[in-house]
Design a protein. Structure first.
Length: 389
């Protein structure tokens, strides 16, 4: 089936992404998937960039009424404009620090597709005003934790995509690993081989970052509270240490715990002068600068525009890249296209299952197992070249 996303007139970055997203295009080529979405109102909160643009365009092409807002600080304005031309109602500015939740929920959605749980927590808190709501999907681990803590999903299924072992393997471990390191290289032009680097948090994301750094020749030290994760890091050949010891003399710090306030600014004094700090986790809350150190005027150059430079009381400079927002989104175009094809296909097929009434259990839950297995097989075929793009 031909699709608008491959059309010569569509934004070239959306077309390029779509050309390498065979799983998502195959899903929307299925009559049952298109029928599941036809006429439904879908409110979406995602980083607005070409790959998520492909998903929104395909939803709109299938006949859904899509309203979209962006995750904070990552919206690409040219992609927003291109999506408006494809029939998506977009409420987002590049400068947004919070998603425009009220605007997209004014759509009175049947379905939500979320990244960070802003939409879903809002709708679950006022369910009586949304009698048409059927359920939704949540992309992130952090969002899944928030939803489980908050409660309120007793009547509707909310599928957490990051609970899928498949997604954790392909996107978090391999996709995030590659793109975070690529983001730091783009934002700094520094050499990775030989660099003493600290990865804080050895979940799938931190593990992917640590392994990518090591493959490029960095000297990696891992810090994690969980002894099993520390053991895994040791067995995979990394140094493991407490945070202050790990930071001593290091030149790069990657924040991959997903938790708030895990590093306090004074601890950065251990690092080398001009060391860089990069965000991996969903929220830029892992490093707490407080009022420690002086934020110097913006660097502003082409190479240095993402550099938030702090002069610490010792006189050392530490460079926090883009306020520790996810550096792969800020400086590297996000996760690789194929990894996002997988994650967004899990999103689309999970949401279609909810729309069709095929997910009968309410509550916050993982991707249905048979769906996960099927997409694993499709992805293995696609990535090894057996499924034509
Ligand atoms: N940048 C991206 O493109 C991208 C993509 C997917 C997920 N994420 C985000 O990355 C973050 C990590 O994801 P994950 O799947 O690896 O999560 P995870 O929860 O599996 O792993 C986090 C690890 O950090 C450790 N940890 C927690 N608090 C700690 C502390 N105070 N000190 C040391 N270690 C600590 C935990 O023990 C755990 O091993 C999440 O916020 C997730 O939303 C980012």
């Amino acid at each position: 089936m031909t699709s608008i996303v491959l059309d010569e007139h569509v934004h070239p970055d959306i077309r390029w992404a779509a050309a390498h997203m065979p799983l998502l295009r195959a899903a929307f080529a299925e009559p049952e998937v298109r029928a599941a979405f036809r006429g439904l109102r879908v409110s979406v909160c995602l980083h607005i960039e070409p790959k998520t643009g492909v998903l929104c365009a395909l939803l709109a092409e299938a006949g859904a009424l899509v309203t979209l807002t962006g995750s904070p600080g990552t919206t690409r304005v040219d992609i927003s404009e291109a999506l408006r031309d494809l029939g998506v109602r977009v409420f987002a500015e590049q400068s947004d620090v919070v998603p425009q939740v009220d605007e997209v929920l004014a759509n009175r959605p049947h379905l939500t597709l979320d990244n960070g749980a802003d939409l879903t927590t809002a709708i679950l808190a006022e369910l009586s005003e949304h009698p048409e709501y059927l359920g939704g999907t949540e992309e992130t681990t952090t969002g899944g934790i928030l939803l489980r803590q908050q409660g309120g999903a007793e009547k509707h299924p909310i599928i957490v995509i990051n609970d899928s072992p498949l997604k954790l393997l392909v996107e978090n471990r391999f996709g995030v690993g590659q793109s975070i390191v690529q983001g730091v290289m783009n934002a700094t032009n520094l050499m990775i081989p030989g660099a003493p680097a600290v990865v804080l948090g050895y979940g799938p994301c931190g593990r992917g970052v640590a392994n990518t750094l090591r493959e490029l020749g960095a000297r990696v030290t891992v810090v994690d509270l969980d002894p099993y994760r520390r053991l895994e890091a040791v067995m995979e050949g990394h140094q493991v240490a407490e945070l202050d010891d790990a930071l001593l003399g290091s030149r790069m710090l990657f924040l991959a715990t997903g938790q708030p306030d895990v590093v306090h600014a004074a601890q950065l004094e251990q690092m080398a002068d001009q060391a860089v700090v990069a965000g991996v986790g969903h929220f830029s809350w892992e490093l707490n600068m407080g009022d420690y150190g002086e934020l110097l005027p913006g660097a502003g150059g082409q190479q240095t525009r993402f550099h938030d430079r702090y002069r610490l009381p010792s006189g050392k400079i530490v460079v926090v890249l883009a306020g520790s927002r996810m550096i792969n989104l800020v400086a590297a175009g996000g996760n690789p296209i194929e990894a996002m094809d997988l994650g967004l296909t899990l999103q689309a097929r999970s949401l279609a299952s909810i729309a069709r009434g095929a997910v009968t259990e309410p509550g916050v839950q993982p991707v249905p197992q048979e769906l996960d297995r099927r997409i694993a097989g499709d992805f293995a075929d696609a990535i090894s070249g057996k499924l034509g793009v």
